[in-house]
Design a protein around this ligand. Sequence first.
Ligand code: GLP
Length: 243
Amino acid sequence: DAMRIIRTTDYDDMSRKAANVISAQVILKPTSVLGLATGTTPLGAYRQLARWCERGDVDFSQVSTYNLDEYRGLSHEDVQSYHHFMRVNFFDHVNIDLANTHVPDGSNPNVRAACAAYDHMVAAAGYPDLQLLGIGRNGHIGFNEPDSVFSKGTHLVNLTESTIKANSRLFDSPDDVPRQAYTMGVQAIMYARGVLVIASGRDKAKAVRGMCLGPVDPQCPASILQLHTNCVVIADEAALSLC
Ligand code: GLP
């Protein structure tokens, strides 16, 4: 199949190799549009990129970014919002212009307006040159949860119990985890010129197997990436242990 799989020894090795792919993209095209992801998986790559940026090895001053998703009902300032997460874990540590960073507006209660506005922005930007993705334990990408269909545009999702539980480690209690989120659909991801999926750890092994080897099925949303012509998976041995 078309997916290229790069096996790494561990999380740090995965993070460094992913940061290499992202910095190569930005060095070759300084005005790159990057699709970015939250979660704990990209943190090492973000840290590495911050170090290289500080040294002057990579320059984000002309880069623009579009994040995949945001919890519905959280303001940009909420410390649990993905807006906040991206600032604290990446944007504040590189020379990116905050005006060029975009995250779905979780504070907009008007579902149709919030989703349409985001789709419009991503399309106007020409879709990502490179889309970075983590993967959920159930095979979700962004917050595209297992479903009977793939959703095309940005949409409102009801998070599954397993995702709420998995993400509750970043909240004081599971009750604090928002039950809904706005997420990009698969269109913007599949329109990206390149996709980089990163995965680490044994608890991702089943999802990684479904993504790489399972049928293309919305029950494992990441499996659609098998149809992308330029998709690289960088995963450690534990995450690849069922492949
Ligand atoms: C979250 C995010 C995804 C992320 C996934 C895995 O729900 N919405 O974008 O890829 O879960 O998270 P982690 O990297 O922390 O395992």
